[in-house]
Design a protein around this ligand. Structure first.
Ligand SMILES: N[C@@H](CCC(=O)N[C@@H](CS)C(=O)NCC(=O)O)C(=O)O
Length: 105
């Protein structure tokens, strides 16, 4: 059974994460690997820009560019797969979800 502190962190402190992506994008795969490695993948809402053009329009409207991957963290966009991957690993570590370190960092 998890200690109460761990339950608090898990239930209360998980930020709102929204990923704009498309599955064939090699940069999105880097982010996908980080999500799987950290266990954060189930805490993310996914927006496939190739599946629904409205998602791409929304991304361009919010950020001024249509490049994916883009991770919105509590509504604030982060581009660049390596930056997103590093952020996910750090965030997961802070939450106690993962002690993994991304390769190359
Ligand atoms: N340096 C970026 C490259 C991202 C990138 O080039 N993504 C491509 C898809 S693989 C894209 O969104 N192209 C569409 C566009 O530039 O509008 C990263 O590492 O995230």
């Amino acid at each position: 059974m998890a200690p109460l502190g761990a339950i608090f962190v898990y239930e209360v402190c998980v930020k709102k994460l929204e990923l704009y992506f498309f599955p064939q994008c090699p940069y999105c795969k880097i982010v996908d690997q980080a999500l799987k490695a950290t266990g954060l993948e189930k805490h993310v809402s996914y927006f496939n820009v190739n599946e629904n053009p409205k998602y791409k329009d929304a991304l361009i409207k919010a950020t001024g560019r249509g490049t994916v991957p883009c991770l919105f963290i509590d509504g604030k966009p982060m581009h660049e797969s390596r930056d997103i991957s590093a952020w996910l690993h750090t965030y997961a570590k802070d939450l106690g979800l993962s002690g993994n370190t991304p390769r190359g960092n």
